[in-house]
Design a protein around this ligand. Structure first.
Ligand SMILES: O=P(O)(O)OC[C@H]1O[C@H](O)[C@H](O)[C@@H](O)[C@@H]1O
Length: 289
Protein backbone atom coordinates (compact mmCIF):
# COMPACT_ATOMS: atom_id res chain seq x y z
CA UNK A 1 0.00 0.00 0.00
CA UNK A 2 1.41 3.43 -0.89
CA UNK A 3 1.62 5.94 1.95
CA UNK A 4 -1.48 8.11 2.21
CA UNK A 5 -1.03 11.40 0.42
CA UNK A 6 0.27 14.21 2.50
CA UNK A 7 -1.35 17.44 1.37
CA UNK A 8 -1.17 20.90 2.90
CA UNK A 9 -4.44 22.35 4.26
CA UNK A 10 -4.47 24.85 1.39
CA UNK A 11 -5.33 22.02 -1.07
CA UNK A 12 -8.74 20.53 -1.76
CA UNK A 13 -10.09 18.24 -4.41
CA UNK A 14 -12.80 19.80 -6.60
CA UNK A 15 -14.67 19.10 -9.84
CA UNK A 16 -13.81 21.73 -12.44
CA UNK A 17 -15.98 21.76 -15.56
CA UNK A 18 -17.04 18.28 -14.43
CA UNK A 19 -13.47 16.92 -14.34
CA UNK A 20 -11.27 16.03 -11.35
CA UNK A 21 -9.01 18.87 -10.22
CA UNK A 22 -7.31 20.32 -7.15
CA UNK A 23 -7.51 23.84 -5.88
CA UNK A 24 -4.83 25.50 -3.75
CA UNK A 25 -5.77 28.69 -1.93
CA UNK A 26 -3.41 30.82 0.13
CA UNK A 27 -4.45 33.04 3.06
CA UNK A 28 -3.35 35.97 0.87
CA UNK A 29 -6.27 35.21 -1.50
CA UNK A 30 -4.17 33.76 -4.34
CA UNK A 31 -5.60 30.54 -5.82
CA UNK A 32 -4.67 28.01 -8.48
CA UNK A 33 -6.65 25.12 -10.02
CA UNK A 34 -4.82 22.12 -11.47
CA UNK A 35 -6.66 19.45 -13.47
CA UNK A 36 -5.89 15.75 -13.21
CA UNK A 37 -5.88 15.60 -17.02
CA UNK A 38 -2.50 16.77 -18.19
CA UNK A 39 -1.58 18.29 -14.78
CA UNK A 40 -2.92 21.35 -16.55
CA UNK A 41 -3.20 24.55 -14.56
CA UNK A 42 -6.61 25.92 -15.58
CA UNK A 43 -6.93 28.97 -13.36
CA UNK A 44 -4.66 31.30 -11.41
CA UNK A 45 -6.21 34.18 -9.54
CA UNK A 46 -4.29 36.73 -7.55
CA UNK A 47 -5.38 38.43 -4.34
CA UNK A 48 -7.08 41.23 -6.30
CA UNK A 49 -9.44 38.60 -7.79
CA UNK A 50 -7.94 38.89 -11.29
CA UNK A 51 -7.83 35.70 -13.39
CA UNK A 52 -4.38 35.49 -14.93
CA UNK A 53 -4.96 32.72 -17.51
CA UNK A 54 -7.23 32.48 -20.50
CA UNK A 55 -9.46 29.39 -20.62
CA UNK A 56 -11.61 28.93 -23.69
CA UNK A 57 -15.32 28.54 -22.82
CA UNK A 58 -15.51 26.21 -25.84
CA UNK A 59 -12.99 23.70 -24.49
CA UNK A 60 -14.44 20.19 -24.43
CA UNK A 61 -13.61 18.96 -20.88
CA UNK A 62 -14.29 15.35 -21.85
CA UNK A 63 -11.37 13.92 -19.86
CA UNK A 64 -9.03 13.39 -22.81
CA UNK A 65 -9.30 16.06 -25.54
CA UNK A 66 -6.74 18.88 -25.31
CA UNK A 67 -8.08 21.76 -23.21
CA UNK A 68 -7.45 25.19 -24.71
CA UNK A 69 -6.22 27.45 -21.98
CA UNK A 70 -4.36 27.55 -18.70
CA UNK A 71 -1.00 25.82 -19.06
CA UNK A 72 -0.96 22.66 -21.18
CA UNK A 73 2.19 20.61 -20.63
CA UNK A 74 3.51 19.65 -24.08
CA UNK A 75 5.55 16.46 -23.64
CA UNK A 76 7.34 14.47 -25.02
CA UNK A 77 6.96 16.30 -28.34
CA UNK A 78 6.41 19.93 -29.20
CA UNK A 79 3.88 20.66 -31.94
CA UNK A 80 4.12 18.35 -34.96
CA UNK A 81 7.88 18.05 -34.95
CA UNK A 82 7.99 14.27 -34.62
CA UNK A 83 5.82 11.18 -35.04
CA UNK A 84 3.69 11.61 -31.90
CA UNK A 85 0.29 13.33 -31.62
CA UNK A 86 0.55 17.14 -31.76
CA UNK A 87 2.23 18.47 -28.59
CA UNK A 88 2.76 14.90 -27.33
CA UNK A 89 0.37 12.90 -25.17
CA UNK A 90 0.93 14.29 -21.66
CA UNK A 91 -1.86 16.86 -22.01
CA UNK A 92 -4.43 14.18 -22.86
CA UNK A 93 -3.73 11.71 -20.04
CA UNK A 94 -4.57 11.70 -16.33
CA UNK A 95 -1.63 12.48 -14.05
CA UNK A 96 -1.39 11.22 -10.48
CA UNK A 97 -1.21 13.50 -7.48
CA UNK A 98 1.98 12.67 -5.58
CA UNK A 99 1.67 15.14 -2.74
CA UNK A 100 2.32 18.70 -1.79
CA UNK A 101 3.73 20.90 0.90
CA UNK A 102 3.87 24.43 2.21
CA UNK A 103 7.20 26.25 2.36
CA UNK A 104 8.73 29.70 2.30
CA UNK A 105 8.04 30.08 -1.43
CA UNK A 106 4.35 29.24 -0.99
CA UNK A 107 2.31 26.05 -1.42
CA UNK A 108 3.32 23.31 -3.86
CA UNK A 109 1.32 20.57 -5.52
CA UNK A 110 3.18 17.69 -7.23
CA UNK A 111 1.83 15.53 -10.05
CA UNK A 112 3.30 12.55 -11.87
CA UNK A 113 2.90 10.87 -15.24
CA UNK A 114 4.72 7.58 -15.84
CA UNK A 115 4.85 5.25 -18.80
CA UNK A 116 1.78 3.03 -19.00
CA UNK A 117 -0.06 0.95 -21.55
CA UNK A 118 -1.49 4.21 -22.91
CA UNK A 119 1.92 5.88 -23.41
CA UNK A 120 3.52 2.72 -24.82
CA UNK A 121 1.00 2.79 -27.67
CA UNK A 122 2.84 5.85 -28.94
CA UNK A 123 6.21 5.46 -27.26
CA UNK A 124 6.84 1.70 -26.98
CA UNK A 125 10.42 1.53 -25.71
CA UNK A 126 10.29 4.48 -23.38
CA UNK A 127 10.21 4.18 -19.62
CA UNK A 128 9.81 7.66 -18.14
CA UNK A 129 8.59 9.71 -15.23
CA UNK A 130 7.43 13.29 -15.82
CA UNK A 131 6.65 15.42 -12.80
CA UNK A 132 5.06 18.84 -12.56
CA UNK A 133 5.47 20.93 -9.40
CA UNK A 134 3.00 23.83 -9.18
CA UNK A 135 4.07 26.41 -6.58
CA UNK A 136 1.72 29.24 -5.66
CA UNK A 137 3.04 32.30 -3.83
CA UNK A 138 1.70 35.80 -3.28
CA UNK A 139 1.33 37.17 -6.84
CA UNK A 140 3.59 34.40 -8.15
CA UNK A 141 3.14 31.06 -9.90
CA UNK A 142 6.03 28.74 -10.62
CA UNK A 143 5.77 25.58 -12.69
CA UNK A 144 8.63 23.09 -12.77
CA UNK A 145 8.68 20.14 -15.16
CA UNK A 146 11.07 17.31 -14.23
CA UNK A 147 11.79 14.33 -16.43
CA UNK A 148 13.54 11.07 -15.48
CA UNK A 149 14.58 8.07 -17.54
CA UNK A 150 14.39 5.02 -15.24
CA UNK A 151 14.75 2.54 -18.13
CA UNK A 152 17.59 0.86 -20.04
CA UNK A 153 17.24 2.69 -23.38
CA UNK A 154 18.17 6.25 -24.37
CA UNK A 155 15.48 8.56 -25.78
CA UNK A 156 14.99 12.27 -26.22
CA UNK A 157 12.12 14.70 -25.92
CA UNK A 158 10.94 18.19 -26.76
CA UNK A 159 8.53 20.02 -24.47
CA UNK A 160 6.83 23.26 -23.51
CA UNK A 161 4.90 24.87 -20.70
CA UNK A 162 2.30 26.28 -23.06
CA UNK A 163 0.72 28.98 -20.89
CA UNK A 164 -2.25 30.97 -22.22
CA UNK A 165 -1.87 34.30 -20.42
CA UNK A 166 -5.03 36.35 -20.10
CA UNK A 167 -4.61 39.77 -21.73
CA UNK A 168 -6.97 42.78 -21.70
CA UNK A 169 -6.72 43.15 -25.46
CA UNK A 170 -4.08 41.62 -27.74
CA UNK A 171 -3.95 44.78 -29.84
CA UNK A 172 -2.64 46.78 -26.89
CA UNK A 173 -0.33 44.07 -25.52
CA UNK A 174 3.46 44.35 -25.64
CA UNK A 175 6.11 41.79 -24.76
CA UNK A 176 9.52 43.16 -23.77
CA UNK A 177 12.78 41.29 -23.31
CA UNK A 178 13.26 39.47 -26.63
CA UNK A 179 15.10 42.31 -28.37
CA UNK A 180 18.21 40.90 -30.07
CA UNK A 181 17.13 37.24 -29.79
CA UNK A 182 17.19 34.88 -32.76
CA UNK A 183 13.64 34.22 -33.99
CA UNK A 184 11.99 31.73 -36.27
CA UNK A 185 8.76 33.26 -37.52
CA UNK A 186 6.87 30.06 -38.26
CA UNK A 187 3.98 31.89 -40.00
CA UNK A 188 6.23 33.37 -42.71
CA UNK A 189 8.90 30.67 -42.21
CA UNK A 190 11.58 33.34 -41.86
CA UNK A 191 14.57 33.24 -39.51
CA UNK A 192 15.75 36.62 -38.31
CA UNK A 193 16.56 38.60 -35.17
CA UNK A 194 13.94 40.37 -33.06
CA UNK A 195 14.23 44.15 -32.93
CA UNK A 196 12.46 45.94 -30.08
CA UNK A 197 9.37 44.73 -28.24
CA UNK A 198 6.98 42.14 -29.67
CA UNK A 199 3.55 43.54 -30.60
CA UNK A 200 0.58 41.86 -32.23
CA UNK A 201 -1.41 42.63 -35.37
CA UNK A 202 -2.66 39.32 -36.77
CA UNK A 203 -1.48 35.71 -36.49
CA UNK A 204 1.79 35.47 -34.57
CA UNK A 205 3.74 32.24 -34.06
CA UNK A 206 7.47 32.45 -33.37
CA UNK A 207 10.13 30.34 -31.71
CA UNK A 208 12.82 32.48 -30.05
CA UNK A 209 16.18 31.60 -28.60
CA UNK A 210 15.52 32.03 -24.88
CA UNK A 211 16.46 35.46 -23.50
CA UNK A 212 18.93 35.74 -20.62
CA UNK A 213 16.61 37.85 -18.41
CA UNK A 214 12.88 37.67 -17.58
CA UNK A 215 10.40 38.97 -20.15
CA UNK A 216 7.82 41.61 -19.27
CA UNK A 217 4.27 41.52 -20.52
CA UNK A 218 2.61 44.94 -20.67
CA UNK A 219 -1.19 44.94 -20.74
CA UNK A 220 -3.36 47.45 -22.55
CA UNK A 221 -4.84 48.40 -19.16
CA UNK A 222 -1.43 48.98 -17.56
CA UNK A 223 -0.92 45.60 -15.80
CA UNK A 224 2.54 44.04 -15.97
CA UNK A 225 3.73 40.48 -15.58
CA UNK A 226 7.28 39.17 -15.32
CA UNK A 227 7.88 35.87 -17.13
CA UNK A 228 11.08 34.06 -16.16
CA UNK A 229 12.31 30.66 -17.28
CA UNK A 230 15.26 28.53 -16.22
CA UNK A 231 18.21 28.12 -18.64
CA UNK A 232 17.36 24.46 -19.29
CA UNK A 233 14.65 25.70 -21.67
CA UNK A 234 16.49 26.76 -24.81
CA UNK A 235 13.48 28.47 -26.41
CA UNK A 236 10.51 30.71 -25.82
CA UNK A 237 7.46 30.38 -28.05
CA UNK A 238 5.09 33.32 -28.53
CA UNK A 239 1.72 32.49 -30.09
CA UNK A 240 -1.52 34.26 -30.84
CA UNK A 241 -3.76 32.80 -33.58
CA UNK A 242 -5.17 36.15 -34.75
CA UNK A 243 -8.74 36.54 -36.03
CA UNK A 244 -8.67 34.23 -39.08
CA UNK A 245 -7.01 31.17 -37.52
CA UNK A 246 -9.00 31.68 -34.31
CA UNK A 247 -12.29 31.53 -36.23
CA UNK A 248 -11.19 28.17 -37.65
CA UNK A 249 -10.40 26.65 -34.22
CA UNK A 250 -13.50 24.72 -33.12
CA UNK A 251 -12.70 25.09 -29.41
CA UNK A 252 -12.29 28.89 -29.50
CA UNK A 253 -14.90 31.65 -29.60
CA UNK A 254 -14.38 33.79 -32.69
CA UNK A 255 -12.96 36.71 -30.69
CA UNK A 256 -11.09 34.55 -28.12
CA UNK A 257 -7.71 35.48 -29.61
CA UNK A 258 -8.17 39.02 -28.25
CA UNK A 259 -7.93 37.83 -24.64
CA UNK A 260 -4.94 35.48 -24.82
CA UNK A 261 -1.24 35.34 -25.46
CA UNK A 262 0.84 32.19 -25.18
CA UNK A 263 4.37 32.77 -23.86
CA UNK A 264 5.88 29.31 -23.56
CA UNK A 265 9.07 28.05 -21.94
CA UNK A 266 10.14 25.40 -24.44
CA UNK A 267 12.85 22.99 -25.58
CA UNK A 268 12.42 22.66 -29.33
CA UNK A 269 15.57 23.36 -31.35
CA UNK A 270 17.62 20.85 -29.42
CA UNK A 271 15.75 17.77 -28.21
CA UNK A 272 16.85 16.83 -24.69
CA UNK A 273 18.86 13.57 -24.70
CA UNK A 274 17.95 11.21 -21.86
CA UNK A 275 20.44 8.39 -21.26
CA UNK A 276 19.41 5.63 -18.83
CA UNK A 277 19.13 7.21 -15.36
CA UNK A 278 19.22 10.80 -16.70
CA UNK A 279 17.23 13.57 -15.03
CA UNK A 280 16.22 16.96 -16.45
CA UNK A 281 14.16 19.78 -15.04
CA UNK A 282 13.17 23.29 -16.05
CA UNK A 283 10.83 25.91 -14.62
CA UNK A 284 8.84 28.96 -15.64
CA UNK A 285 7.85 31.61 -13.12
CA UNK A 286 5.14 34.23 -13.55
CA UNK A 287 5.07 37.20 -11.23
CA UNK A 288 2.61 40.07 -11.14
CA UNK A 289 4.47 43.41 -11.05
O1 LIG B 1 -3.99 23.88 -31.11
P1 LIG B 1 -2.88 23.30 -30.29
O2 LIG B 1 -2.55 21.89 -30.68
O3 LIG B 1 -3.15 23.38 -28.81
O4 LIG B 1 -1.60 24.17 -30.58
C1 LIG B 1 -1.62 25.53 -30.40
C2 LIG B 1 -0.32 26.22 -30.81
O5 LIG B 1 0.72 25.80 -29.99
C3 LIG B 1 2.00 26.47 -30.15
O6 LIG B 1 1.97 27.73 -29.60
C4 LIG B 1 2.47 26.49 -31.58
O7 LIG B 1 3.55 27.37 -31.76
C5 LIG B 1 1.34 26.83 -32.52
O8 LIG B 1 1.80 26.62 -33.84
C6 LIG B 1 0.11 26.00 -32.24
O9 LIG B 1 -0.91 26.29 -33.16
Amino acid sequence: MPDPLSLPPSVRSIPFHGQPAWQMALPTGDTVIVAEQGAQVLSWTTADGAERFFLSPRSLFDGHSAVRGGVPVCFPQFNQRGPLPKHGFARNLPWRLEGGEEGEQGATLRLLLEDSEATRRWWPEHAFAARLAVTLGAGTLRLELSVHNPGPTTWDFTAALHGYLHVDDIGGTRLDGLDGQARWDTVADVRDVQHGPVTFAGEYDSVFAAAPAPLQLHQAGGGRLSIAQSPEWGNTVVWNPGATLCAALPDMPADGYRQMLCVEAACIDEPVPMAPGARWSGWQQLQVL
